[in-house]
Design a protein around this ligand. Structure first.
Ligand code: CDP
Length: 200
């Protein structure tokens, strides 16, 4: 059983995906963390995030088991992540780990940008989570330590644009995805919408 959850930054996809995994007792993977790990390492090594060979070598070397680094969550690393995510060889280097994870029994929930379209087009359930730009910026602002709302808006806008317009695996809803707009929903209400769509 695979549940694919895609959507832009701060849309609430991670919250819904985690809640679904808990509800069904499935494994959960935040695939954005993989790109963030590559972005962080590229940043630390002082590499050029447009250098495809160098970034692909970093992507091949990351250890997805070492997920818990607070530094990963910041918008600087998010920006680097979305730059390296434009590189086909980086995406290819991260593909197998994601597909292997999706095959875990009894089931897996993966969230990201291309789960329903590229990583797991065969997923039994697909969701595309959205929210208004204002709602997403406010959420990120509440989570952030000190960044101004204006700078957060600029960062989200730049990342949205890169993610939606890149040549490879752009952010877009799968044709068979259920779209949930969480702008005015609490996390519990968003989960309820997803469960209803699944008929459970
Ligand atoms: O948490 P947030 O939604 O802000 O970002 P994230 O899910 O951690 O993803 C960081 C960046 O990784 C995104 O802006 C995408 O450029 C990239 N990404 C991707 O290309 N494909 C995925 N499946 C997941 C993330």
């Amino acid at each position: 059983m695979i549940i694919a959850v895609d959507g832009p930054s701060a849309s609430g996809k991670g919250t819904i995906a985690k809640a679904l995994a808990k509800h069904f007792g499935y494994y959960y993977l935040d695939t954005g963390t993989l790109y963030r790990m590559v972005g962080l390492k590229v940043l630390h090594l002082g590499l050029d995030p447009t250098d495809e060979q160098a970034c692909a070598a970093v992507a091949a070397s990351i250890d997805p088991a070492s997920f818990a680094d607070a530094e990963l969550r910041g918008e600087l690393v998010g920006g680097y992540a979305s730059k390296v995510a434009m590189l086909p060889k980086v995406r290819a280097a991260l593909l197998h780990f994601q597909r292997d994870f999706a095959a875990r029994k009894p089931g897996a929930v993966l969230d990201g940008r291309d789960i329903g379209t590229v990583i797991c087009p065969e997923a039994e359930y697909k969701f595309f989570i959205t929210a208004s730009f204002e709602a997403r910026a406010k959420r990120r602002h509440l989570e952030s330590a000190g960044a101004t709302l204006a700078s957060i808006k600029a960062d989200i806008k730049a990342r949205d644009e890169r993610d939606a317009t890149r040549a490879i695996d752009p952010l877009k809803p799968a044709k068979d995805a259920v779209v949930i707009d969480t702008s005015d929903l609490t996390p519990d209400q968003a989960l309820a919408h997803a469960l209803t769509a699944m008929g459970s």
